[in-house]
Design a protein around this ligand. Sequence first.
Ligand SMILES: [Zn+2]
Length: 367
Amino acid sequence: MLAHVLNTLALDHQVDCEMRNYPHPMARTHMGNSLPDSVVETMMRVTRENYGVAQRFWRAKAKLLGMERLANTDLYAPITPSDAQYSWPESVGHVLAAYEAFSPELSRLARDFVEKGWIDAEVRVGKDDGAFCSGTWPGHHPYILLNYTGQIRDVFTLAHELGHGVHYRRSSNQPLFFYDAPLVLAETASVFGEMLLNRRLLSQETDPVRRRSLLCSRIEDALSTAYRQNVLTEFELSVHTGRKGGQLSRDEICQKWWDANAALYGEAVDMNPAYRWGWSYIPHFIHTRFYCYAYTFGQLLVLGLYQRWVEEGDAFVPRFLELLAKGGSEDPAEACAAVGITLDEDFWRAGNRAIESLVEEFEAAVG
Ligand SMILES: [Zn+2]
């Protein structure tokens, strides 16, 4: 049934594209994101060229776990028991200090959430699960919902949602329709906040086993957001392109999925044969066509911005704050250019290099 649905959606989209003279299946999504085709194409190509970095990480992880090769069902296996607990004040302390080290202004904006009671953190019966930040509207402050249980991932979630919170507060001078950042910039401050927290925790952690574990989770986040989502987009594009030649059989769809994934996993990972059906559990292919590359874009953008900060130091900070203050008032490439970032091949390479340097550190920690 899903193969039939996917075929029908692809044909429907193909008819739309022909009637409206869209030059290729992704054109409409690029227009929606206000991105030139060339920016996305370069980003996807550079990312694909760096799949070897992911393979190096999986080889190192296999070695650490005493396995010859990881199976793709074991990719996210934890490398240490996650028993560390963080009290709420400890967690807040870490996150605010992490923001402070980057920008006292961002830390001040984040501190208000804690001190003025704009965060609903406790777990309660009947409360919604997950975590999010609601921007409300420019004239009012945002709110954050969490379900805080004191695990390390909850500390990262706090850093993430506070990133959304300070992003909204920076863009609160924009009118309502420009208040929200465009899709591909929406996760800029949130993921940047996670990077800052990771930097702080790594700088304080002296226990080599826990350091390694922090590195591992940072890398796995980056790989699943940047590389895996690139694979998903490549698969989706190959379905739309392949559908032009007629109905695709289940086996043909499975084969396209397998090939797209094999490019990422290479010889480093054993793919479970049942994984050929992996495409069938990704809702984006059905509900939000070509959405997935926004994850790759967001992750690499943040890594590239972070790398700029590492290289340029404090001079970079006001430019980052200015980028946040733009909200959705400018197209992504324009907004980035205004703060000195050109979304060209070099920029995407820098983002990939940031992942590579984390992987190098992990390899050294594994020995
Ligand atoms: Zn987010």
